[in-house]
Design a protein around this ligand. Structure first.
Ligand code: APR
Ligand code: PHB
Length: 385
């Protein structure tokens, strides 16, 4: 088999790239190691930047998002119970869409059959500096696909980044000494807007999936086990970290999903190796504070898609030559914002009294300065792609 582009991974990055290429007459196939229903079982964040909304619209994947998603005009910040609203519409004239990223993946999967191969095992990439090809096993047989380009959209633990020679790639990383315990519950959200809360007991986030389904998080220490968190313990801890009126208004119920996620910042450089490109979580990880993971994956593949279309259709290499430096510029800015939000709002085990005063002062500065709020809003709604 010969095809122009082989995409590894059918998460949001791979599916969006596949659709962009398909719509522009570039022949592509997606190889995914898991089954489709497994991919859809992963619960992810729920805030979509407007640039990503427009990208999804442009490939025909926005219909259900507009019908069921909620347009949010701002967020609330809370610091030891003091509240501050950040009004995106007033500050920067933009909004975000609150819609589950798992639903985005479902909408992308429903778009078209495309060429997608699920349960592709032992995917290996070969000769990406010369005449690239990919091998994989399916139903007990080994297959080979020759191609012009390979797109590594296979997430943080995928095979593509690991296939690059060690000396050719630099990894930048920070692992945070805590995690987020998340609960999904069919109760109405406590607040119309998301609440990002700092508290001396740790960070808390009130998010939502719809007017009847809430998603809440609390910061937990390294090594905590989900089995030790009964629903009651979770609700008690969440309420303690919010201001009294919000805590009072909180509707609680049984959890339909409960899990702990680690927090990490990670960037690989560069993101092009001959005819191999990395995009999405294969290239970078952000801590979830600010919900940039899917949004960054969307901007990567918007730029990669345009570059590959240019290379395959117009036979121009300008786009692919510029890919790595163009996407990294935006990636580092989203990394900075996610790291900053994380640093401002979490309790760090080795923080000194001075560090705590700095966090408090940062919050007071935001509360008092329209310019500081504009900077937060500009980054939260998403920098231009
Ligand atoms: N071979 C084939 N497929 C693989 C391999 C492999 N060796 N390794 C991983 N995959 C698949 C995974 O099973 C997964 O379905 O690649 C896909 C990667 O998907 P994601 O991890 O969702 O990464 P990405 O598409 O970059 O999405 C980025 O979107 O859902 C949000 O917050 C999430 O930050 C994430 C963002
Ligand atoms: C979520 O809804 O799951 C969510 C929202 C905002 C974040 C992180 C997660 O910053």
């Amino acid at each position: 088999m010969r095809i122009q582009v082989v995409i590894i991974g059918a998460g949001p990055a791979g599916l969006t790239l596949g659709r962009l290429l398909e719509l522009n007459g570039v022949d592509a196939v997606i190889l995914e190691q898991r089954r489709g229903d497994y991919v859809l079982s992963r619960i992810r964040a729920g805030v979509i930047e407007w640039g990503a909304v427009e990208l999804l619209d442009s490939i025909g994947a926005g219909r259900r998002m507009h019908a069921e998603g909620l347009v949010h005009h701002g967020i609330e910040m809370s610091f030891d119970g003091d509240r501050q609203r950040v009004d995106f519409t007033d500050l920067v004239g933009k909004q975000v869409m609150v819609y589950g990223q798992t639903e985005v993946t479902r909408d992308l999967m429903d778009l078209s059959e495309g060429k997608r191969i699920y349960e592709a095992e032992a995917v290996e990439i070969h000769d990406f500096d010369g005449s690239p090809y990919v091998t994989y096993r399916k139903d007990g047989q080994t297959h080979r696909i020759d191609c012009d380009f390979i797109a590594g959209c296979d997430g943080f633990h995928g095979v593509t980044r690991k296939s690059v020679p060690r000396g050719a790639i630099v990894n930048y990383e920070r692992v945070y000494p805590f995690g987020w315990l998340g609960v999904l519950s069919d109760v109405p959200p406590v607040s119309e807007e998301l609440i990002y809360a700092h508290h001396e007991r740790g960070f808390a986030l009130c998010s939502q999936r719809s007017l009847t389904r809430s998603r809440y998080y609390v910061q937990v220490q390294e090594g905590e086990k989900v089995e030790d968190w009964s629903d009651d313990r979770f609700w008690d801890e969440l309420r303690r970290r919010l201001n009294p009126e919000t805590a009072e208004a909180m509707k609680t119920g049984s959890s339909i999903e409960k899990s702990i996620a680690p927090l990490r910042s990670f960037v690989a450089e560069p993101l092009r190796f001959g005819k191999l490109f990395l995009a999405g979580d294969a290239a970078h990880i952000v801590p979830p504070t600010g919900a940039k993971g899917l949004n960054l994956a969307m901007s990567d593949v918007a730029i990669l898609g345009a570059a590959l279309i240019e290379a395959c259709v117009e036979k121009s290499t300008a786009g692919i030559n510029a890919y790595s430096s163009r996407v990294l510029d935006r990636i580092w800015k989203s990394e900075r914002f996610s790291w900053w939000m994380t640093s401002l709002l979490h309790t760090f085990p080795d923080n000194t009294e001075f560090d705590r005063r700095m966090q408090r002062t940062e919050f007071e500065y935001i509360a008092a300065s329209r310019v500081a709020q504009q900077s937060l809003a500009e980054n939260y709604v998403g920098l231009p792609i």
